[in-house]
Ligand binder design. Structure first.
Ligand code: AKG
Ligand code: FE2
Length: 310
């Protein structure tokens, strides 16, 4: 049987030399956390520049509320991001596609737990396939995507592990998914703490504790718009008063809230305590799709570990 990786790589018709990508990958090593704690309006943002280790209490600071945003540049090089997006756009059949609800003009490569039917058998089967596909896809660009994300997150969290959240038996949730937000696409304002009421989150609720955090790695920014917007509103309880549902009557009046648009360039990762912080993806403007890798995560009940899901 022909090597599947070879097939995928040639299917992608990659015109990026692996050499060039390797070189730019080395250049984009995680670096110095310069003294760039900024207070943007109502938010404390921890941002790093290049060339040294990351403070290992960064995620603790998100969890205890002493910081609101952690932004890490250079998780992937911009060249690798451009090459991956090019491949994703030219070869859509590489991954299973799931659409967001129509008005959001967005899709996943992979499956999203929020949108999945409560019967998760297919979801867990699909997660297994996706893990292999993601590994093969990354190998075409000389990078183990999931391992890279895990290494960065772990460095930010005292070396604790990050892994796909467990399902029944040996099954695992999606560790992450790709997301495309087409022109006009958006995600309305919401909180991500959904573990207590969404039936598809039952294994997450069983295995984790505390607030949900999320990470978003930009692979391609929109031409304009499409940024993560954080509002000056924190849910006071773990369940979140403003759930991610369509009950418009309970939505806060956004026009009365301060907000901040977080600029996350291609290759950078933003992490926020999205369970409690009201946020949205502002509408994508221009003709380009906004591409990201995005996951939710929470502390495992057993401690020293974090579980992630897409
Ligand atoms: O893509 C982003 O920047 C955030 C996505 C988000 O808020 C979500 O999926 O819950
Ligand atoms: Fe969210």
């Amino acid at each position: 049987m022909q090597d599947i990786n070879e097939t995928i790589c040639s299917k992608l018709r990659i015109d990026w030399s692996l050499d060039k990508l390797q070189r730019s990958r080395n250049l984009s090593r995680i670096g110095l956390w310069v003294d760039m704690d900024e207070v943007a309006n109502f938010l404390t943002i921890l941002r790093k520049s290049h060339d040294a280790g990351l403070p290992d209490n960064s995620l603790e600071r998100l969890r205890d509320g002493s910081a609101d945003v952690v932004l890490v540049d250079g998780v992937f090089s911009q060249d690798i991001c451009a090459a991956m997006v090019d491949a994703l756009e030219k070869t859509p059949a590489l991954f299973e596609v799931t659409e967001f609800p129509g008005p959001f003009r967005s899709f996943f490569y992979g499956r999203n737990l929020n949108l999945n039917d409560p019967d998760l058998d297919d979801y867990f089967n699909a997660a297994k396939r996706f893990e292999t596909d993601l590994l093969r896809f990354g190998a075409c660009f000389g990078v183990d995507i999931a391992a890279r994300l895990v290494a960065v997150l772990s460095e930010l969290d005292r070396g604790h592990t990050f892994e796909a959240a467990p399902g029944p038996g040996f099954s695992r949730h999606f560790f992450t998914t790709f997301r495309g937000h087409r022109p006009g696409g958006y995600i309305p304002a919401h909180f991500d703490n959904e573990q207590s009421f969404r039936p598809s989150y039952r294994y997450i609720a069983e295995a984790t504790q505390g607030d949900i955090l999320s990470f978003v790695v930009t692979l391609a920014e929109a031409e304009a718009g499409g940024m993560l917007e954080l509002y000056d509103l924190l849910a006071s309880d773990l369940g979140g008063e403003h759930r991610n549902d369509d009950d418009l009557a309970r939505k806060p009046d956004l026009s009365k809230l301060k907000s901040h648009l977080v600029h996350v360039p291609a290759g950078s990762m933003v992490i926020v305590r999205s369970g409690r912080r009201l946020h949205r993806v502002a509408p994508v403007e221009g003709s380009r799709t906004r591409w990201t890798l995005c996951s939710f995560m929470a502390c495992a009940k057993t401690g020293g570990r974090n579980f992630c899901w897409g």
